[in-house]
Design a protein around this ligand. Sequence first.
Ligand SMILES: NC(=O)c1ccc[n+]([C@@H]2O[C@H](COP(=O)([O-])OP(=O)(O)OC[C@H]3O[C@@H](n4cnc5c(N)ncnc54)[C@H](OP(=O)(O)O)[C@@H]3O)[C@@H](O)[C@H]2O)c1
Length: 511
Amino acid sequence: MTIQLSAPIVNPLREGLRLERTPKPAILTIFGASGDLTERKLIPALYDLARERRLPPEFTVVGFARRPYSDEEFRERLKEGVARYSRNKLGNVWENFARGIYYFQGDLEDPASYQQLGEFLGKLDRERGTQGNRAFYLATAPSYFKPIIENLGLAGLAGTVRNTRVVIEKPFGHDLASAQSLNQMVQSVFQEKQVYRIDHYLGKETVQNILVFRFANAIFEPLWNHRYIDHVQITVAETVGVENRGPYYDEAGGALRDMIQNHLMQMLALTAMEPPAAFEADTVRDEKVKVLRATTVARDSNGFKAVRGQYLDGWIAGEPVSAYRSEPRVRPGAKTGTYITARFDINNWRWKGVPFYLRTGKRMPKRVSEIALQFKDVPHQMFPSMVASQVSPNILVMRIQPDEGISLRIEAKRPAPDIALRSVNMDFRYGETFEVASPEAYERLLLDCLLGDQTLFTRADEVEAAWRIVMPLIHQWDNEETNDLTFYEAGSWGPTEASKLMDTGRRWRRL
Ligand SMILES: NC(=O)c1ccc[n+]([C@@H]2O[C@H](COP(=O)([O-])OP(=O)(O)OC[C@H]3O[C@@H](n4cnc5c(N)ncnc54)[C@H](OP(=O)(O)O)[C@@H]3O)[C@@H](O)[C@H]2O)c1
């Protein structure tokens, strides 16, 4: 018998005309369940879903890790996490939800653990009515991804497209070759339709809204091309440093691999892709792959149009903070880039000649993520030169976080007996308009996985296309002899070299 995990049902009384979706009963096994991600993100997200009655009563969680916990101890630990990190208060729902959480002590590298896990899941199926439906979540260090997949296969736990899914956390590979090798390994055990590669940015409401904004409004699409858009700026700025992740961050290769290859490339793809024929997993992802394949790092006679920087001592919000190289457990003299900016070109009809400038950095003055599309100047200036000099180009900004929303900068006449101009913003703010807190990215992603909807997960060819784009920079910067690392004061907007990357007449937005 084959069992389908998802079953769309309409509940018009509770949801108006919205299609509500509830997954079939299932067991979610989390590998690495004693770790930070499970405590801070996964269980609070599942708890929030349970509170909103998005999960079936049979839904079951099995946490897999090495340290000895009883079910009760594990639940207590997770309860504290929910109290701290859930967007809802800890309430009565917890007791009911927690009864479906179990702990399984095992070693990720020991095949016998997976045999025992299989037996345990079978027992839970019988006791809790989960009908053999399973999702395996790899919330471990990436070095464990291959052994887990291999061992699931050996233990006969790979199941079918209908009843088994596997969720893989980032980073998916550390370069193109390792991503390809991981894909091959994963696909030797699971079918691609069973695989859910996480980029949690895609779970953010405002990132998904890029698609709604572009493709549910008729007025933008005619302007969305090289005829009207001068350039695009994508910024993801963080105020935090590497905190305790120093060695991981260093080994992972800094902001290029940690941010540009995944989150910023996803933002670029959603902004630049062609309209898909339908809002379906493969149609949407086909278009993303197409645009990523057309994208390259720009270069001129001096080399790639890219700058990497690293933070020095500085100040954030009135507090002194130390340089990257003084962070705990970071190698002295590490050349890791904590700030990256680069110009990318998209070589197709729509975007020919429109630079996409991407920047991301740690220890910036503000936490902000946004996509800004700057329009071209008006074709002819009819105002006298004094006034014409005040005319600024229109800018459409999609704010991902914080203060989620969309704004359009337009020119307006200032109230006065003469002609004087000022730029003003038309502003849409999520918080004000909808008056509800947006769900956390992991809520959406976990629910979609249980429903069998892969639209917001990265497909094998997509993750490889994104790696292919950044490989030239990886080759250049992995070479320890390369001497182009720049520095910036913590609390500043990055190294001065970043502004030189901008082509004539353009500059980074002040945020
Ligand atoms: N933390 C975040 O906010 C975050 C955000 C985005 C992505 N991620 C990704 O999510 C993944 C997990 O991150 P994390 O921060 O949760 O990692 P973590 O805190 O290091 O947790 C990993 C867990 O794996 C378990 N483990 C390690 N070796 C094991 C073995 N041989 N057998 C069984 N269990 C073993 C450890 O538990 P025991 O010691 O009990 O065995 C540990 O609790 C990583 O890929 C990370 O890049 C994390």
